[in-house]
Design a binder for this molecule. Structure first.
Ligand code: HEM
Length: 336
């Protein structure tokens, strides 16, 4: 490393882009946000290509997805898009977990945490609307769940439910997936990355490491891990093509949602439709409250222990429910 000290991360000059970051910025755990970002870029590229073959109408949506299978690399492209979406959600959960375990949500990183929590719901929104766009039995049942959930929201719910129903149903979900959500993602992700540069990467928990590395080296590791992960996804996409169910058939409910919605599915089973509203709201408030519950600078405070062990316990419950519902037979929930 040359003796010339590296530019501080506070400088916004292009010439200072290769600013110094802590050495641990090269570790896998500290590149996860970047790997999620790389996944989003791949989803946008593969999504744009698929848009040239997709018909966003109730009559033609599923057929156009089926026909994509006869386009060279069409089925691989769709499967890569699907499995990358699954990977992005999973790696984002790992990123969030890393931030919790290193306590990187406190102090001047509180706002970045809050932006991050909102990014969770935007990302899940992408996944949910993407599932509907196939307009097969799984997509149709997801759509019906969305409409029936809107219907129980007081005052505005019935407006949104009727806005979604009817011949524009698929077109409106398509506009949400390809226009509204990308704009909202940009609006929250850009400040997330800017704040990341302003605050710099957090120190290792309980340590002040003097060792430094560079932003370029951090990005090289982000790239390396992204290439390994998404190349693996590319291989899996060729081996395990994404499913396209028959249908849609009204009046029957025979599919279960993808893994990230199985906890909601279980709660809907036990509590009913209101669970689809209440559970995300409780999760949102719980996540947003974390930096306000744990304000102490110490890493050994009771509040911190409650956060970490509470998170581990909740994760264990979620994993148990995902497995339990995953192996259980589908259940009829909706009034369709
Ligand atoms: C669309 C999803 C997301 C993207 C693309 C993203 C991107 C990033 C990137 C590139 C970093 C720099 C460090 C790294 O690469 O790991 C970062 C840091 C951070 N992210 Fe995210 N993030 C996302 C979601 C989240 C979520 C869900 C949370 C928490 C709820 C979160 C909270 C944070 C915090 C607090 C930092 C600062 C960490 C530190 O200084 O050590 N992010 N994010």
């Amino acid at each position: 490393m040359s003796s010339r000290s590296l530019p501080e991360e506070k400088s916004w000059k292009l010439s200072d882009i290769n600013y110094s970051v802590p050495k641990h910025g090269e570790r896998f755990g500290y590149t996860l946000g970047g790997v999620v970002l790389a996944g989003f870029i791949l989803l946008i590229i593969t999504g744009i290509i698929m848009a040239f073959f997709y018909m966003p109408t109730i009559d033609d949506a599923r057929t156009s997805v089926l026909k994509l299978g006869s386009v060279p690399f069409g089925l691989w492209l769709r499967s890569f898009h699907r499995w990358t979406a699954e990977a992005v959600v999973f790696i984002m959960i790992l990123h969030l977990s890393r931030v919790i375990f290193t306590g990187s949500y406190r102090g001047n990183r509180k706002l970045n945490w809050i932006l991050g929590v909102i990014l969770v719901f935007i990302t899940v929104g992408f996944f949910f609307t993407g599932t509907i766009l196939k307009w097969d039995q799984e997509g149709y049942e997801a759509f019906e769940h969305a409409v029936e959930t809107f219907e129980v929201i007081p005052l505005v719910g019935s407006f949104f439910a009727s806005f979604l129903r009817g011949s524009f149903a698929v077109m409106r979900i398509y506009a949400t997936h390809t226009l509204v959500l990308p704009i909202v993602l940009g609006l929250f992700l850009l400040p997330h990355l800017i704040l990341m540069k302003i605050n710099g990467l957090s120190q290792l928990p309980g340590k002040i490491s003097k060792q430094t590395s560079t932003f370029f080296k951090h990005m090289k590791m982000v790239l390396l891990f992204s290439v390994i992960i998404y190349a693996l996804i590319g291989f899996l996409a060729a081996q395990f093509p994404a499913e396209l169910y028959p249908g849609p058939y009204g009046g029957v409910e025979m599919t279960k949602p993808p893994w990230l919605f199985l906890v909601l599915y279980a709660l809907e089973d036990w509590i009913g439709l209101y669970a689809l509203l209440a559970a995300p709201l409780v999760l949102l408030i719980g996540l947003l409250a974390i930096p306000y519950i744990d304000r102490s600078p110490s890493l050994n405070s009771t509040a911190r222990k409650v956060i970490v062990w509470g998170y581990i316990f909740l994760s264990a419950v979620f994993i148990f429910l995902i497995i339990y519902v995953g192996v259980s037979p589908p259940v009829e929930h909706l009034a369709m």
